[in-house]
Each structure stands twice: as structure tokens, then as C-alpha cells.
Design a protein around this ligand. Structure first.
Ligand SMILES: *Cc1c(COP(=O)(O)O)cnc(C)c1O
Length: 806
């Protein structure tokens, strides 16, 4: 973002209100705002800012984008469908780049806000646009149609997932088809018969001039193109027996379908020469939509974005770099930016400004074009004509430029920046826990939507954020402006402060020895007993007086220290009993230096219907305790009761705040809305060795794994010391190996586990999933007769965490 040139649209969403960010953005230099409500202090606080007031900011943004779109007459491909939108869009871009100057949606910008922003990039230089459109609620597609206004429509497919808000699949398909009510051409697969039927009915009725181009891999006679895969070759035949034979770079079913969509698009656009098509297909790369944080050598952190180099993508990556790191040194390794359709000098001047605004301390530019524009960049920038030249000079640079730095690596494909990443990355092998930061955001938004804007949210990041890695998770939560974090112990809070977390942090188990540390780091204790209350009160009073003698006289009394009162309403773990409230009040009234920031209790069975009446009883007990407290104190602390399951099951008990825990990490423990949260962690390991072991032999310690068949046995680089529970041995646990579940054999060892891969395709070095999308944490917990919490927090700290987004 270049603040001075930016316009901020304050959009109210289900879980954010953009108006809350105006102050921060003003401080960063933004001066133009589109708002629904002028800040009341606009004339005093934001004197030189311009506010455009509109009834609905989102609608305004969308209408402006539609007006922008209407100025252009180039072909526009609009893509929708359940899966594959982004991959098809990226591949089409790769395949059509030799023919067109293309603008496309960055990453998967396909929402109500993302689409207008994507379309605004369209300019006079572009000869083709490719935008994707997604939808999470009814009526959204109708809003996106005038913004994208596709001339060529592409419907990828329809998934089986049941979407909230749609009564039937038909309704969902019909809604998606609204994107194509004015398209000249519509491409789709006839093999999704629901889609094809709906197109037959709807599009023929509302848009009769639309040319329908369907393809089929199942000999459907209505198809414009019939396809057939043999080995790794795809054949396409049209109605007059023209035939194209295309070697496939990827042969999994999803890739073949995505590629077929692309090929049909190429043919439709007149790229029909088989040899030319094959040349372009051979250069296709897998689409990396992820921005992955990797540990680099020399204590650096890498952000690998080595396949994308458009300007919009650069901006996203720089945002990610800023958000994910508290390091002083920010390095960007950037290649020539190809195909921007913009004047060269303008483009690099813009990039130089962007880098400066984002606090990038060092640019390393690679390529002739960025090199000849070096005068535009900061004087300490380094330039190399080729990737090879940079790699040759790398040993000289590593110590100085890259040490302790967070390095964003971003380049056009032809520069092969994956070689740079390979050299800079500290190799992780063996067992890795990958954390999907986008899934975390998705889950946070899901719970925020449930509780509404009036309810605050405290997020539990105790126990290393349920095993996920507390610093990175906390940074993301800070970015999303949650109200409080909570940890179990003072140490955990100190660690977060050292990582640059400034949010209020509650410490649930403070001890007298850590009181000074709490104050030093601005951490807020949970107070659960009279003994602890008095000890904390005495301590604060003593420190306050100490201050009195040493500090220079000041008219301001010190701000009272926030604390959190825990009420025991039935858990019988920590907490005051309700009838102690009167004593608590008496004590607090004599301690003006203490302030009760929040008061809370914890349900013992929020996730189970059998305890509903007990939960209600806890709620009522809590209410009585709070009433006494409020009456006595004369002010209202923030009240909170619900954990993740409670948020889903007891909307009436939300009070002022909720405490989100396991749901954020992808386990919806009430089980009522399990599909609405996304799994966050994937634990993988690698196969160290495979051997064939004869029937009757045994595998592992104590000869427990006796084979009743000749078996291929694979040894995994994970054991109980990594958190793979020993009780998962002897077939109780299964891991996912190249699309196949494989059982454990014999006892789990400390650092290794053996599995039977007789029925799977498996090679030494292959990665296997221990838990994640195919082996869920909940399923593992079920087999272990425990709860998901234990499985997640058991992943030991020696297991590397890798964070990614996108
Ligand atoms: C851990 C914890 C939570 C969060 O519970 P989840 O079931 O993970 O949502 C809430 N409140 C307290 C007091 C906790 O200790």
C-alpha cells in the first residue's frame, strides 16, 4: 500500500467493521476514505482527510468497479464453480500469455470485495482479462456479474459439499449461472449432469444467443468436444473429427479436468495448432497458491512466492511479509516483472515506492530490465543479470545481507527462483506440522460471524496455541484485532511479548514468584482465590509505593492494573465460589490500584447436550455472582462464559465476550457444525526405508507385530517422542500414504513407527500424512479414546512447524 495514493473503503462485514481502522490508517498516511459514517471527530482528528460518505460502501465499491469494467471491450473470461477456479485461471494465464497481455485476479481474489479490486486492475494495455468469482451466500453472484461482465464463461464443476444458505444443489448451480446471463460463450463439462441440465434450462431461456461449448469424457453425444485419456496422453476430438493429442504434465483426475477446461478455452480462442498447444502445455507449472513461511539458513525466514510475479501479487506478499515478521531486516528478491502491460519506468518506480512504504530494507533485483531501472531503487539495492549470477555471488552475500532477515522470494517462472529457495532454505526433513493460516482466519471469521459485532472475543493460545505455534498464531490474531489473548502461564505471555505481541494477555495460572514479571510485561493475571487476590493486591500496592518515592512528582495517578476474576460455578477447579463475592468486593473497594477488567466462569460440559441443564445452572450461578460484584464495584467488568462449543450451542449465554479455543484450530467440538470449520494442522512425516518382510516374521520391539502375510513394511520418521501416541501401534492407527490408508505394524518406537504399505504405492522418501485432511484429529482421538485437544497438544516441540497462507 502506498498510503498517500490509497483510498480506504470502510466496509462493514459480518465480523469486521472497516470504520474501526480509520484512525490507524490515518496515522499511516492515508487521506482518502469512503465511509458510511463520518467519524464524529473528523474535523478535529483528521483535518486534512477527505471523507466521501455513501449509504453502502461495498455497493459503492462494486458500482465503481462495474463502471470501470464497462470502459473496456477486450474479451473477459469469467470463471466460477466449486473447485479448481484458481488453478484454471492460473493455467489459462500461463497458456495464453504468448498470445495476450493478460490481467487476472490475484491469488483467489473472488469475493464480493476481491472481485471489484481485481477488476480495477484492468487497463488500456490488456488484451485479455481472466477473473474468478466465488460465492458463499445466495444473491452474491448477481452482484458480481456486472463487475466481471464475462464475454466467455467457464463453469469448472460442482462439488458435493453442502453449502450453508442454499436449499438445494440446483439452487446453488442456478445462482452460479447468474454470472453468465450476458456471456457470448459458455464452456463447461457435460459430465456434471446437474450443471449441464441447469444450463440447458436456464441459460437457453435467459441468454438464448449464448454459444454453449460442452465437453465430455463419457461419450456424451451432445458434446462439442469428446475427450479420452490414455496413459498420460489426452485426446480431444471435435464434431468434425479434428483431433488433438496432448501429453499430460499432471495425470491426477482433478488436474486432467482443469487442463481440459483450459484446452477447450484455447481452442475456443483460436489457439488450435496442436504442436503449439503442446509446447505451451509442456511448460505448465503446478500452481502454488501458497505463501509459505520457511526457515532459512543463517537464521533467516523465507517467504516463498517463487511462481508469481504480478504487481498485485507482490503487494499481497509484502503485506504477508509485514504481518508475519517482527524482524528489522526485510529483504526482497525480485525478478523482472513480465507482462504487466504498464510502461517500464512507471512500473519500476511504482514498485520502488511500494517497497519503501512496506519497510523493505534491501532489494535484490534479478534480470536485465529491473537492472536497467536500478536508479529508481534505494542505493543499497543489489542487481544481478541472471539467477545464476546471483547464486554464484550468494556465499558473499549470505553473512551480511540475509542474516536474521525475512526474505521474500518472488519471481517470474522463467527465472527459476525455486533454485534460490532451495539454496536458502534450511532443509526440513522427517516430521513437519504445517499450519494453514488461511484456515485459521476462516475459522476465526466463522466464530466472529456467530457472535456478531457486539460480542468481544478472547482467543486461547495456551499450550503453544494448542500445539500450533503461539507466536505466529498470535501475530495473525493481532492482525485481525481480537480483543484478548489468554495463556496458561506467565512464561507463555512473556514469550508472546518478546515476539512483538501487544494485545492484552490474560495469564490463567499466575504465581507470586511471577508477579513482577507480569507487571514488567504488561500481562494481566487471572485471580481465582482470596489468597491470590490479597497477595496480588499487596504486591501492587507495594510496587506502587516504591514508585512514589523514586519517581518525579506527576499529577496522574498510575493506571489501575487490570485483573480477571474467575468464578467457580461447577467445574471445581480454580475460582471463587459465588458466595465469596461480597468479600471480594470489600477487598477490592479498598484497593483503588486494582481494576476488574473481566469476570468469567467456564462450563464443564458445553459440548454435550446431556449437561444442558447443568450448563444453565452454571449460567445462573454466574449471573448471581456477577450481580453482587457489579453492585459492589459500581462498574461493569466484561463478562464471559463460553468456550468454542458453547459459542455454537448457547447463543443466549454470550454475554460481553467469548473465549475461543479449539474451534480456531479446526475442531468444532459441539459436532453440530463440524463442516463449517477448516482443519488447520497437517502433521506429515517421511518414509525412511521400505522392505519386504516374509509372512510369520515379526516387526518391532517385543515381537508384537507378527505378519500373517508377506508384507511391504515402511519405517516412518515419527515416534511417540514426536507425539505419535504409543497406543496407536499394532494397527490402531492408520496413516495416509499416496491416497491409501495404511495401518501401523507392531509397537510404536520412540522415534520411529512401522506401517504396512503392501496395498499402497510408496517409495522411500515419500511424505505421508499422520493427521490432516484425510486422517482427522478427531478420528485419531476417537481411536485413542481421548479428545482432540490431547492429540493436538501432544505434537512435541521438536517437530518443525511450517506456516503457510493461500
Ligand atoms: C482452554 C479454555 C477455553 C477454551 O476452550 P475450548 O474448548 O478449546 O474452546 C476457554 N476457557 C478456559 C478457562 C480455558 O481454559
Amino acid at each position: 500500500m502506498v498510503p498517500e495514493q490509497s483510498v480506504f473503503f470502510a466496509i462493514r462485514g459480518a465480523h469486521h467493521d472497516g470504520h474501526h481502522y480509520i484512525g490507524d490508517l490515518y496515522a499511516q498516511g492515508v487521506r482518502q476514505f469512503v465511509v458510511e459514517q463520518r467519524p464524529t471527530d473528523a474535523d478535529t482528528q483528521f483535518v486534512d482527510a477527505e471523507f466521501i460518505q455513501v449509504p453502502n460502501t461495498l455497493t459503492y465499491l462494486q458500482e465503481a468497479a462495474a463502471a470501470h469494467r464497462a470502459r473496456f471491450s477486450v474479451p473477459v473470461i469469467g470463471i466460477t464453480g466449486s473447485n479448481g477456479k484458481t488453478i484454471v485461471k492460473e493455467w489459462l494465464t500461463q497458456l495464453l500469455t504468448p498470445t495476450y497481455t493478460i490481467v487476472r485476479s490475484p491469488k483467489s481474489y473472488n469475493s464480493q470485495v476481491g472481485v471489484p479490486l481485481s477488476v480495477r486492475q484492468l487497463n488500456e494495455q490488456h488484451t485479455l482479462a481472466i477473473f474468478e468469482a466465488g460465492m458463499s451466500k445466495p444473491h452474491e453472484m448477481a452482484a458480481l456479474e456486472p463487475i466481471i461482465r464475462p464475454t466467455i464463461g467457464l463453469f469448472t464443476n460442482i462439488g458435493t459439499a453442502h453449502d450453508e444458505g442454499f436449499k438445494t444443489r440446483k439452487q446453488k448451480i442456478a445462482e452460479k449461472l447468474r454470472l453468465f446471463v450476458r456471456a457470448d460463450t459458455l464452456l463447461y463439462s457435460l459430465d456434471y449432469t446437474d450443471v449441464a441440465d441447469e444450463i440447458d434450462i436456464l441459460i437457453r431461456a435467459v441468454n438464448p444467443r449464448c454459444r454453449l461449448i460442452g465437453w465430455s469424457a463419457q461419450h456424451n453425444p451432445a458434446a462439442t468436444y469428446l475427450t479420452h485419456v490414455q496413459g498420460d496422453v489426452l485426446q480431444l476430438t471435435d464434431r468434425v473429427d479434428n483431433r488433438w493429442t496432448v501429453p499430460l504434465p499432471f495425470t491426477d483426475a482433478a488436474s486432467v479436468e482443469n487442463l481440459t477446461h483450459c484446452l477447450v478455452t484455447l481452442l475456443t480462442l483460436g489457439v488450435t495448432d496442436n504442436a503449439e498447444i503442446n509446447r505451451r502445455v509442456a511448460r505448465l507449472r503446478p500452481v502454488s497458491m501458497r505463501l509459505e513461511l520457511k526457515e532459512g539458513i543463517n537464521n533467516s525466514v523465507l517467504i516463498d512466492d517463487s511462481y508469481n510475479n504480478d504487481v498485485a501479487g507482490l503487494r499481497l506478499a509484502l503485506d504477508f511479509q509485514k504481518q508475519q515478521s517482527n524482524r528489522d531486516h526485510k529483504t526482497v528478491i525480485l525478478s523482472d516483472v513480465l507482462q504487466s502491460g504498464q510502461d517500464e519506468a512507471d512500473l519500476y518506480a511504482f514498485i520502488a515506492r511500494l517497497l519503501a512504504e512496506q519497510g523493505v530494507t534491501q532489494l535484490i533485483g534479478i534480470g536485465p530490465v529491473i537492472g536497467r531501472n536500478r536508479a529508481l531503487f534505494a542505493p543499497n539495492s543489489l542487481f544481478y543479470p541472471t539467477t545464476d549470477a546471483f547464486l554464484a555471488d550468494l556465499p558473499n552475500r549470505l553473512a551480511r545481507e540475509l542474516r536474521e532477515s525475512v526474505v521474500l522470494v518472488k519471481g517470474a517462472r522463467s527465472f527459476s527462483f525455486e533454485r534460490i529457495v532451495d539454496r536458502l532454505q534450511r532443509k526440513v526433513h522427517g516430521t513437519v506440522l504445517r499450519i494453514d493460516l488461511d484456515a485459521l482466519t476462516h475459522n476465526l471469521n466463522y466464530y466472529r460471524e456467530k457472535i456478531g459485532q457486539q460480542t468481544k472475543i478472547m482467543v486461547m493460545v495456551k499450550a503453544f496455541a494448542y500445539g500450533s505455534g503461539s507466536a505466529e498464531v498470535a501475530r495473525l490474531l493481532q492482525f485481525h484485532q481480537v480483543d484478548w489473548l489468554a495463556v496458561a502461564y506467565t512464561d507463555e505471555g512473556v514469550f508472546l511479548r518478546e515476539q512483538g505481541i501487544t494485545l492484552p494477555i490474560m495469564v490463567m495460572n499466575p504465581t507470586a514468584e511471577t508477579f513482577q514479571t507480569l507487571l514488567d510485561y504488561g500481562l494481566e493475571p487471572e485471580i481465582y482465590s482470596m489468597r491470590l487476590l490479597q497477595a496480588w493486591g499487596d504486591f501492587v500496592a507495594r510496587v506502587g509505593q516504591g514508585d512514589e518515592t523514586t519517581r518525579s512528582p506527576s499529577p496522574e495517578p498510575p493506571a489501575p492494573c487490570p485483573l480477571h476474576l474467575k468464578i467457580d460455578t461447577g467445574m471445581h477447579r480454580l475460582g471463587f465460589l459465588a458466595d465469596q463475592m461480597a468479600d471480594v468486593v470489600t477487598y477490592l473497594k479498598a484497593q483503588p490500584a486494582l481494576r476488574v477488567a473481566t469476570v468469567f466462569s467456564h462450563l464443564v460440559g458445553a459440548d454435550e447436550a446431556q449437561f444442558n441443564s447443568f450448563s444453565q445452572q452454571q449460567f445462573e450461578t454466574f449471573g448471581r455472582a456477577v450481580a453482587v460484584l457489579e453492585a459492589g464495584l459500581g462498574y461493569r467488568p466484561v463478562r464471559h462464559l463460553l468456550n468454542s462449543a458453547g459459542i455454537v450451542r448457547f447463543p443466549d449465554y454470550r454475554l460481553d465476550m467469548v473465549r475461543l479455543g479449539i474451534g480456531l484450530y479446526g475442531v468444532e467440538s459441539s459436532q453440530l457444525e463440524r463442516e463449517r470449520v477448516r482443519p488447520v494442522g497437517t502433521l506429515t512425516t517421511t518414509i525412511s526405508q521400505i522392505k519386504t518382510v516374509p509372512k510369520g516374521e515379526s516387526v518391532g520391539y517385543s515381537r508384537r507385530g507378527v505378519l500373517d502375510h508377506e508384507a511391504r513394511i515402511a519405517t516412518l520418521a515419527i515416534g511417540y517422542a514426536d507425539g505419535y501416541d504409543r497406543r496407536l501401534g499394532n494397527g490402531v492407527g492408520e496413516v495416509w500414504v499416496n491416497g491409501q490408508l495404511c495401518p501401523t505394524v507392531g509397537n510404536v518406537c520412540m522415534d520411529m513407527t512401522m506401517i504396512d504399505v503392501t496395498n499402497a504405492t510408496a517409495d522411500e522418501g515419500d511424505e505421508v500424512e499422520v493427521f490432516g485432511p484425510h486422517v482427522t484429529v478427531s478420528e485419531l482421538a476417537r481411536r485413542l479414546k481421548t479428545i482432540p485437544y490431547e492429540v493436538m497438544t501432544n505434537v512435541s516441540e521438536r517437530v518443525k512447524r511450517v506456516f503457510y497462507a493461500g
